[in-house]
Design a protein around this ligand. Structure first.
Ligand SMILES: [Zn+2]
Length: 89
């Protein structure tokens, strides 16, 4: 009788389907950072966390990404305060 362990099965599926849980890699974090900051600046922190699940937890545990996030947020925030700059299309 074979008895497949659910844990291994989930691992396997997770590897095939990509990240499904609230855990981000630094790469994914970086990929979603501008969207996260956009939502963060336009609404509540809860919305930003809903937009990019796991981001907040990653920033909490990853100083490097937290620093990236801080500087991007400062950059986007300052751009919004001076409209007309940096958006010449
Ligand atoms: Zn990171």
């Amino acid at each position: 009788m074979t008895n497949p362990t659910p844990d291994r099965l989930t691992d396997l599926l997770g590897g095939l389907l990509g990240p499904a849980g609230p855990e981000l890699t630094c790469e994914e974090c970086f990929e979603h950072l501008d969207r996260y900051v956009e939502v963060e600046l336009s609404g509540a922190d809860a919305d930003a966390d809903a937009a990019v699940p796991g981001m907040h937890a990653h920033l909490d545990g990853c100083p490097a990404c937290a620093e990236d996030h801080d500087s991007l947020r400062a950059l986007v925030g300052s751009e919004r305060q001076s409209p007309g700059r940096g958006r010449s299309a």
